[in-house]
Design a protein around this ligand. Structure first.
Ligand code: PA5
Ligand code: NI
Length: 187
């Protein structure tokens, strides 16, 4: 009997890069994030071409029981006083969860349930985050270097951006050189 041992894709902890060939890459630029940052004037002042984050995804089969794996690389920086962050989403299939692993950099994972209750988890190299079903999630880079995190999620989960029109209940800003979390009424 011949047993095959294959080499799977790997992720380099030092820079968060996938080693796999044929990785799918999607860059999200400032211009794609209209209405996401609270300071619209500061958002307009930066070039819409400014890259904010890139997601590298492995090509995986789709369907019930299949999993996607992707690394998000979120740039350091701010729009006005607000740290760069991902758009954030619920899953279309609300009951589906996800796991994030911090690889590089320093930041926060913002989680919010369907009632609008929000909480934060610190993201750092090696941190493990279980995102339960029915939870919107967003990465925020509060550090000075790229924040990279690996995500694994069911391929059937889907992304629902539209249901967050009210936004998240918390915003993370810089005040006097410190990271400050602000509660907001309407996103
Ligand atoms: O599946 C995930 O939760 C991540 O891969 C995100 O899609 C990624 O971080 C980009 O964020 P968003 O989809 O909110 O733009
Ligand atoms: Ni997700």
């Amino acid at each position: 009997m011949s047993i095959s041992v294959s080499t799977p894709p790997s992720v380099a902890f030092l820079n968060g890069q996938f080693s796999a060939e044929n990785v799918i890459k999607k860059v999200t630029r400032s211009g794609d994030l209209r209405g996401v940052f609270h300071d619209g004037d500061s958002w307009q002042a930066i070039s819409p071409e400014t890259p904010i984050y890139e997601v590298e995804m492995l090509r995986s089969p789709q369907g019930e029981g299949e999993l996607y794996a992707g690394v998000t690389h979120l740039q350091p920086g701010r729009v006005g006083d607000e740290f760069y962050m991902t758009r954030g989403h619920f899953h279309q299939r609300r009951e589906q969860g996800e796991v994030y692993f911090g690889l590089k950099g320093a930041g926060l994972l913002l989680l919010q349930d369907e009632k609008g209750d929000a909480r934060l988890e610190r993201v750092s190299p090696g941190s493990v985050h279980i995102i339960p079903g029915f939870s919107a999630h967003r990465l925020i880079n509060t550090g000075n270097e790229i924040l990279s995190a690996l995500a694994v999620w069911p391929s059937i989960a889907g992304h629902d951006y539209a249901s967050l029109t009210q936004g998240f209940a918390l915003r993370v800003v810089e005040r006097g050189g410190k990271v400050q979390v602000r509660e907001v009424q309407n996103g």
